[in-house]
Structure formats: structure tokens, C-alpha cells
Design a protein around this ligand. Structure first.
Ligand SMILES: [Fe+2]
Length: 241
């Protein structure tokens, strides 16, 4: 989903997706708008969009520390994603507005936040729309299902070139995300995935670090065999596209 120039995707013009916030230099603006995340909000309570972004930014800044633990980080981000208040009226309105993209036969996307540490992207699928198998080089990802229902298959790379132009992928997870469910990947675990929407679905994805030219260029897409490698198990031959 990173190579957004692919024909399957279309960039929506969702600037203003969540009101004024995104029209401003967001993180700076958030400092004044977020009402001090964790200052007033009880631990574990739902948080609105501004507090959510502020909390993500704070957490993402830690990736530069020597002792950064990627797995713990992703678990923390997943926890934050589950706390995003999907009943918040402003968010509901924004998600409703985003539906203007429906009917174009492609997956809608937009960047809701992008800076040097992380990016938050919005993705909208119609029923049956899918994203082919791809990896996320040296990145972590947290996908929050805001509305709808989507199947997500995660893979680990277990072999390069078992056959020319192919890799071997191990299916490590198949999850069905519904509203408020979260799927995660790290740079080493479950880093490869593919998705297929079972109904109209809207996702909020957090990538740390964000896509840049290098990471986009190194991202690979795969055509995965329907049948397991050598007829059994969870390993699949996949052609590098
Ligand atoms: Fe992805």
C-alpha cells in the first residue's frame, strides 16, 4: 500500500479530513489542542484524534533511543490505536465525508500525518477490494479498523530464491479485523501482508518510520501461490513482481 502510484490506489483529496487540525502544522498545533494527553484523560480511557496523534508522536520519538524495543513499541502503539475514540463525532463525520470516494473502483488513501518519525494514513476499501502482498522494509505498522471488516494475511520471509524470481513466504497469521480491531507488524515479524475487504472498510494505518523514497523503492510486491509450497503446510511460493 506504499507504492501509492499503483493503479489500484487513488489519492483522495481529504485535506481537512479531521477538521482544522490537519490544515495546521499538526504537531505544533496539537500541543495546544490536545489538552495534554494523559494529563486529564484517565489511563485506558478512549482518546480523541488530537490526543491520539499527540500520543503517537511522543511514542514514535523514542525510536531514536539506543534501547528502543521495536516489539514493545508496536504493542504500545496498538494499545493507543485501540483507545482511539471511534464514537467521537468529529471522527465519525470525517469518516462519513471520506465515503465520497466510493464507487471509483480503487482503494482510496490519504496521508493524515507525515513527518520524519512516523506517518498516519487513511485507507478505504469497497467490498471485495484488496491490496496484494507486499513488505515494509525496516518499518513497523499498526492497522486500526475504523469501520467495516477486512481479512489480513501476514507472512514472514523464510527463503530467498527457492526458484528463480521467487521467495518463500510463511503465513503466520490470518485475522479478520472488525471495527476497533488492530493488526500489527514489525520489521522482522509479520512484516509482509495482504488484505481483502469483506465490506466497506476504513483503516487508519500508522507506520514507523514513515515511507521515504528509499523505503518505497525497496518495498517489494509478491504474487502468492494459492496452494502451499510442495502441497502442504503454511509456506507459499511467491513471485517477486
Ligand atoms: Fe502494507
Amino acid at each position: 500500500m506504499e507504492d501509492y502510484s499503483r493503479r489500484a490506489f487513488i489519492r483522495t483529496s481529504l485535506s481537512g479530513f479531521l477538521g482544522v487540525t490537519l490544515a495546521l502544522p499538526t504537531i505544533t498545533a496539537l500541543a495546544t489542542r490536545a489538552q495534554a494527553f494523559e494529563g486529564r484523560v484517565p489511563p485506558g480511557a478512549p482518546i480523541h484524534w488530537d490526543a491520539f496523534l499527540e500520543a503517537i508522536a511522543k511514542e514514535a520519538a523514542k525510536q531514536h533511543l539506543d534501547r528502543w524495543d521495536e516489539r514493545a513499541y508496536v504493542a504500545e502503539m496498538a494499545k493507543l490505536a485501540r483507545r482511539l475514540d471511534l464514537k467521537d463525532e468529529r471522527l465519525i463525520l470525517a469518516l462519513e465525508k471520506a465515503k465520497k470516494g466510493i464507487g471509483n473502483g480503487r482503494i482510496d488513501f490519504d496521508h493524515l500525518e507525515k513527518n520524519e518519525d512516523f506517518q498516519v494514513s487513511f485507507l478505504q476499501f469497497e467490498k471485495g477490494e484488496k491490496i496484494d502482498c507486499h513488505d515494509h522494509p525496516e518499518m513497523t505498522g499498526v492497522l486500526l479498523c475504523a469501520t467495516g471488516e477486512v481479512d489480513v494475511w501476514n507472512y514472514d520471509l523464510v527463503g530467498e530464491e527457492p526458484e528463480p524470481g521467487h521467495v518463500l513466504l510463511r503465513e503466520v497469521q490470518h485475522t479478520r479485523l472488525k471495527k476497533s480491531h488492530v493488526s500489527t507488524l514489525t520489521s522482522k515479524e509479520s512484516n509482509i501482508h495482504r488484505l481483502k475487504a469483506r465490506e466497506l472498510t476504513q483503516l487508519v494505518d500508522i507506520f514507523t518510520p514513515p515511507y521515504n523514497e528509499d523505503r518505497s523503492k525497496r518495498s517489494r510486491w509478491f504474487a502468492v501461490d494459492d496452494e502451499p509450497y510442495q502441497g502442504q503446510g503454511k509456506d507459499f511460493l511467491a513471485q517477486v513482481r
